[in-house]
Write a protein that binds this ligand. Structure first.
Ligand code: ZN
Length: 187
């Protein structure tokens, strides 16, 4: 980008595209997933507040969505990593209410507390909120960042994806509008 320094505002005089993911994002399912990702970033981020980690995450998500045959499956991973970048990801090894480690039963989504609860605190929240041992391992894998890179193999289990979705909705105070678009458009 070339800028001409102005008195108050600088003027953009020329721009060269180095890399663009737009052409890869026009398929309906991909567009829906990308819309959801963009809407969530927009909702969580404040105007004029630089968040390089979130920007990095968004650009890598755009590239990954464009290249994926199942873009909707990438959304939970993006959501959990975004929560982590914002310091909002819940602990994945101890109860959000009492701090105890999880037993062999796994954990329960406790959306009122914004995290995962142990059997004693969350066991009454029903089967729909239950993350069994496999889901719990999956939750950790989906959110894992190793050396700054996304673990490409980690796809959220249905329960894990639902839990992450509910956590995002809880933090936003509303369900993202593009969620409905993703649910209706084919991948
Ligand atoms: Zn507990």
């Amino acid at each position: 980008m070339t800028l001409h320094r102005g008195r108050n505002l600088d003027v953009i005089t020329s721009v060269q595209t180095v890399r663009s993911h737009w052409a890869d994002l026009v398929k309906p399912g991909t567009f829906a997933a990308a819309s959801l990702v963009a809407e969530i970033v927009d909702a969580f981020c404040e105007l004029d507040l630089p968040m390089p980690e979130v920007y990095e995450l968004l650009t890598s998500a755009a590239a990954a969505l464009g290249a994926s045959a199942d873009p909707g499956a990438l959304v939970p991973r993006f959501e959990l990593r975004l929560l982590a970048a914002l310091g909002l990801a819940p602990p994945d090894d101890r109860c959000v209410r009492c701090g105890a480690g999880f037993n062999e039963q796994g954990a329960w989504l406790d959306v009122d507390a914004g995290g995962l609860a142990c059997e004693r605190c969350g066991g009454g929240r029903g089967e729909i909120n239950h993350l069994g041992p496999v889901d719990l391992v999956n939750f950790r894998a989906v959110g894992a960042i190793r050396g700054g890179a996304i673990r490409a193999s980690a796809t959220a289990t249905p329960r894990c994806a639902r839990a992450i979705d509910e956590l995002v909705t809880w933090h936003l105070g509303k369900r993202p509008k593009s969620r409905g678009l993703l649910d209706t458009l084919p991948g």
